[in-house]
Design a protein around this ligand. Sequence first.
Ligand code: ZN
Length: 175
Amino acid sequence: MELFKEIKIAKLGEKVLRKKAKKIKDIKSKKTQELISDMKTCVKKSNGVGLAAPQIFISKQIMIISSQPNKRYPNAPVMKNEVLINPKIIKKSKKMKKGWEGCLSIPGIRALVPRHEKIKIKYLDENANEKIQTFEGFIARIFQHEYDHLIGLVFIDRVESNKDIITEEMYFKQL
Ligand code: ZN
């Protein structure tokens, strides 16, 4: 028999989604490593392409980018799971692009969100190694979406017009 720990997702209205997340100082501790493992399980089970710790009620600066085609994002590019801790934006393109986003914390809707097309970031990985990476397109979009969760924002805060918000049902009909 396998036992699954139930991981609850914070939905819009929970205060934790509006808080600024704290920096992680003990990456190699059992607690942080368990959090990383919980986040990996959670993002996979819920067909997400990314997850930020505040979404599972932990107000800490850690996110996972896990892009691959799935039920919720059939056109997502394939990318290795990436754990990003205490991320910082170093550079971002002036050019913005609107694209569709959804969020496990705001089920049932999708919205067109303007994001920087290209972004250069600095972060620590799960082994506490410092990394610098440049993301573009959909991956840059995921990063900016998850980064917002670390500073108390959600994607609907970024839409230009309420008319850019639609139900998930309609979104899948227009695909
Ligand atoms: Zn989200």
